[in-house]
Ligand binder design. Structure first.
Ligand SMILES: O=C(O)C1=C[C@@H](OP(=O)(O)O)[C@@H](O)[C@H](O)C1
Ligand SMILES: C=C(OP(=O)(O)O)C(=O)O
Length: 449
């Protein structure tokens, strides 16, 4: 089922080469943070390029429920923030839909204000672990009452007198790190977050941009992030860069569809996000960075991906996992078209995303004629080489946009069409996926094929 409606089966089939320019939407991580930080600043934040996917729209709605004004004027989203610690108590349940980022960051943002809020989500989000966020929020003085196993629906009672916290994040998670930092905003004194593995650093960069005092010390063992609480956040004008996690789909499709040549312009190559592109190049992908430049302090390039008939399976370094965590599903599709094995260790986190992504991909790949081995925190795809992936199956997307899009990419190059039982969740992060891929020459239709 799609998040809030009837299932939308989608079928992808082999067509001619993919060619042209793929203008992918704004970055999901930065879009959520723009709305939340805009709501916590005093005054008017203006955002262009915001991702208008359902995940982000649900965060916009939540920010209104906490008292911020959020409106769209032409192409610009305008947020009138209520200031750090200024959130009002919502008068109804906050529904974050399918979005782990939305619910976890918002819980952090409200946990040090003396208000109470109840959160829920769709069937996927309500299965995902929340204790990873509520454990550190308890140290600030917040209380959480959820279902067994720390699941949504869950009520957070914000701290009456928040204290700052020093917290080492036990799993590589930018959502947990960000929840702690956002909670630290309304606590007096210094909140310190320690992470052993570098995860995406958008919160740190954007908090600094909004005028918070925040610094990161990088040692051999860890990144130690120190935030001074109770700043007055200054409203910002934000241009959201395009999402490398969305760019991954047209890029990977071009690599495996014969004769393709696709340009994906203006993609951020922040090293905490760019692991997939490094990996694809190691596999022998014809993927080049054109027009390399800096924009808003971030490296940006136009990605040019061409059909790559001689891809080789590789060992993906586990310390790269955080920088490509959302890209493993589509990487496993490229790996199916490579010669030899692609081994992906150190990826336990894939089991607690919108679906168990190792299980969802392994089951679907096997149905499409690709051998996959898996363990708790690793998986191996046995590549069949170009032209040798059967396809011809209907696979389940498990309310997971990345699973749905990955199997559509597989269908563009497999020998028989591939159907996903529900492509509805694609709208959470990439609402223009179907027209964008069709515009490049891909064949994607609604229905059973
Ligand atoms: O902070 C973020 O914006 C995100 C962090 C990652 O989740 P984890 O923090 O659970 O790894 C990622 O999977 C998600 O799509 C977006
Ligand atoms: C894991 C993802 O998102 P979230 O955790 O925000 O639901 C994703 O977009 O791949």
């Amino acid at each position: 089922m799609s998040s809030h409606g009837t299932p939308i089966p989608m079928t992808a089939r082999k067509a001619g080469p993919l060619s042209g320019t793929a203008d992918v939407p704004g970055d999901k991580s930065i879009s959520h943070r723009s709305l939340i930080l805009g709501a916590m600043a005093v005054g008017e934040t203006r955002v262009t390029g915001l991702l208008e996917g359902q995940d982000v729209l649900d965060t916009a709605k939540a920010m209104r429920a906490f008292g911020a004004e959020v409106d769209k004027q032409g192409d610009t989203w305008v947020i009138h923030g209520v200031g750090t610690g200024g959130f009002a108590e919502p008068d109804n349940v906050i529904d974050c839909g399918n979005s782990g980022t939305g619910v976890r960051l918002i819980m952090g943002a409200m946990a040090t204000t003396p208000i109470t809020a109840t959160f829920t989500g769709d069937a996927s989000l309500n299965k995902r672990p929340m204790a990873r966020v509520t454990d550190p929020l308890a140290l600030f003085g917040a209380r959480a009452y959820g279902r067994s196993g720390g699941r949504l629906p869950m009520t957070i009672v914000g701290a009456e007198a928040a204290v700052p916290v020093r917290y080492e994040v036990p799993v590589p998670s930018a959502q947990v790190k960000s929840a702690v930092l956002l909670a630290g905003l309304a606590a007096p004194g210094e909140t310190v977050v320690i992470e052993r593995e570098a995860t995406r650093d958008h919160s740190e960069r954007m908090l600094a941009g909004f005028g918070a005092q925040i610094s990161t010390e990088v040692t051999n063992e860890a990144r130690i992030i120190t935030l001074t609480g109770q700043p007055e956040l200054r409203p910002q004008t934000i241009v959201v860069p395009r999402d490398p996690s969305s760019a991954a789909f047209p890029v990977c499709a071009a690599l495996i569809v014969e004769g393709s040549d696709v340009l994906v312009p203006n993609i951020g190559l922040n090293p905490t996000r760019a692991g997939l592109f490094t990996t694809l190049r190691e596999m022998g992908a014809d993927l080049t960075y054109e027009n390399m430049r800096e924009e808003g302090g971030e490296p940006v390039a136009d990605l040019r991906a061409r059909f790559s008939p001689d891809l080789k399976g590789i060992e993906v370094p586990p310390d790269r996992a955080a920088s490509m965590i959302d890209e493993y599903p589509v990487l496993s599709v490229v790996a199916a078209f490579a010669e030899g094995k692609t081994h992906m260790p150190g990826v336990k986190e894939l089991r607690v995303k919108e679906s168990d992504r190792i299980d969802a991909m392994a089951t679907g790949l096997r149905a499409c004629g690709v051998e996959v081995d898996e363990g708790e925190d690793w998986w191996t795809v046995h590549g069949r080489g170009h032209g040798a992936v059967a396809g011809g199956a209907t696979v389940e997307s498990h309310l997971d946009h990345r699973i749905a899009m990955s199997f559509m990419v597989l269908g563009f190059a497999a020998n028989a069409p591939v159907t996903v039982d529900d492509g509805g969740p694609i709208a959470t992060s990439f609402p223009i996926f179907e027209p964008l891929m069709a515009g490049l020459g891909a064949e994607i239709t609604r229905g059973q094929g």
